[in-house]
Design a binder for this molecule. Structure first.
Ligand code: G6P
Length: 364
């Protein structure tokens, strides 16, 4: 069937707004009652490590998942960019699980990396949107993200569903490895089931994002900061902005600010700080204050508790629904997308087909 924009101005807008539904669809396929039950089960108990390889947005999904697998399943995880991994001859053993994440399933570098790992006899697991793709076909286990066709070159709903599947796999691995008991699993599943509703609520920030876009559109550089799970999300926010608005954006771990990027801060620099109230919140806030002391324009993305604790002196605050910090990346994809989208619309760039980019890169 032909895919239409369904009343939206761009496919990207349509795909952002579909997320509560597509997220709910993928969770329905990976949850069973109060258990995580992926459509195909892979045994992580036997694996000595997980090597995750992908490109672009999918690579940032892997970087988030590293925190999840380490924290929930106590497994060592390496994350790599496919174009680096394929030539590095990194050690991977038959005892390792090599996990490849790709929306299209056709990215040339990711496919080549998969073949390298297969050559070393690792177990090959892929997380794909296109289940008939080369990457899916060449895997031992191919797990669908069930996002439906994604047309916008900048990935949105596929990213969110990649995160959802990876979180389910990390929980499953934790159960298999005896790190997560059934009570904790049930609590995590209850949290997962709340996500689509929270994501619908999060869409309420869109009007504010539209307002802020006119200011962001004037910037020549934007800095994204985050700690822990929000560090890879800062990368994803910066990537989205670069891809579609052509504004230079960089991501840094908040704690690394003082080792270089703080030299860039002045009153012309918008600094987007992704900070749900989590264990690292106060540390992020003190990093944020270092930016404000140098007149950086802070756009704080947090929940109402965080806004109450730390809004003083910030340029703007975007208030998100409160959420279990472990699951926050899935929700905080929304502000990353909406800020980039509306900034690009304001600039008048070609949102769905940005210059120089392709939806699927099938050449090296
Ligand atoms: C291209 C797209 C990105 C995507 C990346 C990986 O660069 O423009 O949006 O994240 O490829 O694509 P894949 O299909 O492997 O997820």
């Amino acid at each position: 069937a032909r895919i239409e924009k369904a009343g939206h101005r761009h496919f990207m807008a349509k795909e952002i707004h579909e997320q509560p539904q597509t997220l709910s669809d993928v969770l329905a396929a990976y949850l069973d009652g109060d258990r995580v039950a992926p459509p195909v089960d892979h045994d992580f108990a036997a694996a000595d490590r997980v090597v995750m390889v992908a490109c672009g947005t999918a690579n940032f999904a892997c970087s988030v998942a590293k925190y999840w697998f380490e924290g929930l399943a106590r497994m060592p995880v390496d994350v790599d960019i496919a174009s680096e991994y394929r030539y590095r001859e990194g050690p991977v053993s038959p005892a390792s699980t090599a996990l490849f994440v790709s929306q299209s399933g056709e990215t040339a570098d990711t496919l080549a990396a998969l073949r390298y790992a297969r050559g070393k006899a690792a177990a090959i697991v892929s997380v794909v949107n296109v289940t008939t793709s080369s990457i899916a076909r060449e895997s031992d286990v191919a797990l669908p993200i069930l996002a439906g066709v994604e047309v916008g070159v900048a990935s949105t709903k596929a990213f969110v569903n990649q995160l959802a599947v990876l979180l389910c796999l990390a929980i499953r691995a934790g159960v298999q490895r005896g790190v997560i008991d059934s009570e904790r699993e049930a609590a995590l599943v209850a949290g997962l089931r709340r996500l689509p509703g929270l994501m619908s609520q999060a869409m309420a920030i869109e009007t504010r994002c539209e307002e802020l876009a006119s200011r962001l559109a004037e910037a020549s550089d934007v800095l994204f900061l985050g700690r822990g799970l929000m560090f890879p999300m800062a990368h994803e926010g910066a990537l989205k902005l670069k891809e579609i608005s052509y504004i230079h954006a960089e991501a840094y771990a908040s704690g690394e600010l003082k080792h270089g990027p703080i030299a860039l801060v002045d009153r012309t620099l918008p600094v987007v700080v992704l900070a749900p109230t989590d264990a690292l919140f106060d540390k992020t806030v003190s990093n944020m204050q270092e930016v404000m002391a140098r007149e950086g324009q802070v756009l704080l993305v947090t929940d109402s508790e965080g806004a109450a604790r730390a809004s003083e002196g910030v340029w703007q605050t975007l208030v998100m629904p409160a959420i279990d910090p472990l699951m926050a990346p899935i929700l905080y994809a929304v502000p990353a997308q909406l800020l980039a989208y509306h900034t690009a619309v304001h600039k008048g760039t070609d949102v769905d087909q940005p210059r120089n980019l392709a939806k699927s890169v099938t050449v090296e």
